[in-house]
Every structure is written in C-alpha cells, then in structure tokens.
Design a binder for this molecule. Structure first.
Ligand SMILES: [Zn+2]
Length: 361
C-alpha cells in the first residue's frame, strides 16, 4: 500500500513536470547503487533516497520523508532539501564511498538509521555489558531479569510508531539546516551548536514540529505538569541556551560510534547514559513544542518559523526579528514582551493530565 502510494506520488510528480510545471521539484532519480551495501532495498521519491533491509521498511522511510516535506513547507515556507536515509542495520557501516555516491546523486543530507528493534538490541547489549562489569557474580538469569526491568518490551506497533516519529524528527533537523544554512560558516561550526549552525532552540523546534501527534501530545502533557515551572526557562534564556546535550556531545558521539561500529554515525544512546540525558533534555524538547504551539496560536500564518529562520540565518536575532516582523505575525515587538505573553499563555493553558506516552529524543 505504501509502496503504491509512494510510486503514485513519484509518477504524479514526473507527469506534472513533463507537462511543464517548473515549480515542482525535479523528478526523483534512480537509487544510486551502494557497492558496500548491496543487500539493502531502496525507494526513491521527490525527497530523496531511502535504504533499508526490506522493501516495506524503505517505503516507510520514504513516506516519512514525504510527510516531513509537507509539514516543512507549511511551517518554513521552503521545500525540504533532498536527502538519504540509510537503515543499514547494526552490523553495517556507512563508508565514504556510500556517502560520496549519495552526495553525487544530489543528497544534501544523509541520515544513518537503526530501526526500533535494532536500537533496542543495542541498548540491551550495552546494558548487559555494564551490568556484567558491575555484578560479575550474578547469574545470567539475574542479568536478563534486570535488563528486562530496565528496558521493558513495548508492543511492536507502539515501537514502530515511536520509531517513525523519531525518524521524522531527525529529518526535520536535516531539512532546517540544509534549507536555511546550506553552507554553514566556520564561525557557526566553531560556536558548537548541537544540531547545526542555527540556534539550538530553533533546531529542536523544527524537529519536534515533524513528530507524530502522539509524540507531540506527550511533549504537551509534560508542559502541563505541576512542576513544569521548575524546568521551563524564561523565553530570553531559552532563545540563547545550548541544547542540554551539547556539553556531552563528544562523549555521545564516541559512544554512538562504538555502538554502530567504526564509521557509523547513528544517533543512539544506551543504558543509564540515555536515561539521564533524556531526563535532562526532555524539558528542552517540551519547551520547543510549547513555543511552537504558542507562536502558532498567536499567528495566522504557520510559516512564521520560516520567517524567523531566514532572519536568523542572515545573522539577525530574535529581538531584531520581532522588531521587524512581530506585528505582521500578531506578536509583540521585543523578546521581553514576547516572554511575558508566553508566560501568560502557559498559565492560561492550565494543567493537563500527564500521559505515559513514550518520551524519546
Ligand atoms: Zn532533536
């Protein structure tokens, strides 16, 4: 079903362009053959090239990229640049020749990916290593029980839905970066932003905007908790702060690389480190979701985020954007006034019951 719909979209795009529609993206090209990963199946569409272990999994990735592209153009007013997702499994590495082949085909970003079951296996094996080191005399059954308690099984459907939301989140990061900062400056790289050259809050906001409704609701539920005020930052601080994971980034990259094998760059954490960092970061994600909702509620134009991104990519800041464009979007003209409106909006929103929906990334 998904394959058919993806093919239909591709054919529709080709047909429309053949009829002279210059505004549409160029028709998709064939999947580049990846010499190092010949067993992977690939689906291409207007958003790029999607490789996975089965045709269905590749089609799912392509469909997820298509939904990101739709949402991205709605919120950012620009087409999402094309890229590639390579779900090569834990035993495979992404080589330089793979990267080069995809770049040559026109992929402006590349996302190595593990599916939910593979991530879970990695988490279990990392936890097994930690527990075995800490409890050398424990029986295998005891270790297994501890792992089962720490990483409870989720129904396959929940796992799949969470996984698909997560890949959309990551593609959202890529799309923002490539659409607004196509050639990141050395200064931006040196500034050490977590996800890209843009400010961390906007980077994360773009990613959470691409998530599933279930995931969005779980972020909103956090905002409604009675202790939310202890964790949320004043807006001026939020706009300037680094991603909570930024300080740990070198360690995270080292772990992700060793988890995925040499050459892998899969964003996967495991065991206690993942839980601790997720705890620190989830308020940042929740605030990104909240600020997105707040700006959407204040403006008739969902492409408000594109106006902000374009202004910041030109070197401006939020005070400058609000002064120049705040009125147009029904917003105050300073960060201080926007911060006061945000606080009021949060208070008016009231407490919402917490849910036990999964919190990832
Ligand atoms: Zn993110």
């Amino acid at each position: 079903m998904r394959i058919r719909s993806s093919l239909f979209q591709s054919l529709a795009a080709v047909g429309a362009c053949a009829m002279g529609c210059a505004a549409l993206a160029a028709p998709p090209t064939q999947c580049p053959a990846l010499a190092d990963l010949p067993a992977l199946h690939c689906v291409s569409n207007a958003q790029g090239w999607f490789y996975a272990g089965t045709p269905d999994a590749a089609a799912d990735l392509a469909a997820d990229a298509s939904s990101v592209a739709m949402e991205f153009s709605r919120y950012f007013g620009r087409p999402a640049p094309r890229g590639a997702v390579i779900a090569a499994g834990t035993a495979q590495t992404i080589s330089a020749s793979t990267t080069d082949a995809l770049k040559a085909a026109g992929a402006t970003w590349q996302l190595p990916w593990l599916d939910a079951a593979e991530r879970r296996d990695l988490q279990r094996s990392a936890l097994h290593k930690q527990l075995r080191a800490r409890l050398p005399d424990a029986s295998d059954a005891d270790i297994r029980a501890r792992i089962d308690a720490a990483i409870p099984a989720q129904p396959a459907t929940t796992q799949d839905a969470t996984d698909r939301s997560a890949v959309r989140h990551e593609i959202g990061h890529m799309a923002l970066m490539r659409a607004f900062w196509p050639a990141p400056s050395a200064q931006a790289a040196a500034a050490g932003h977590y996800g890209g050259p843009g400010p961390d809050w906007l980077d994360e906001l773009a990613a959470v905007l691409m998530e599933s409704d279930t995931m969005a609701d779980s972020r909103r539920a956090l905002l409604g908790r009675p202790d939310a005020a202890d964790h949320l930052r004043p807006l001026d601080v939020f706009f300037a702060q680094s991603h909570p994971m930024a300080a740990q980034l070198p360690a995270l990259q080292a772990q992700a690389t060793s988890d995925a094998g040499a050459g892998g760059r899969v964003r996967v954490l495991s065991g206690e480190a993942a839980q601790r960092l997720a705890g620190d970061a989830r308020w940042f994600y929740a605030q990104a979701r909240g600020v997105a909702d707040f700006l959407l509620a204040s403006s008739d134009d969902p492409a408000v985020f594109g106006s902000i991104a374009a202004f910041l990519a030109d070197g401006g800041d939020m005070d400058g954007w609000l002064a120049a464009h705040g009125n147009r979007y029904g917003l105050p003209t300073t960060v201080a006034a926007l911060g006061a409106a945000w606080t009021q909006w949060l208070a008016a929103r009231g407490a919402q019951p917490a849910t036990d929906a999964p919190q990832v990334r």
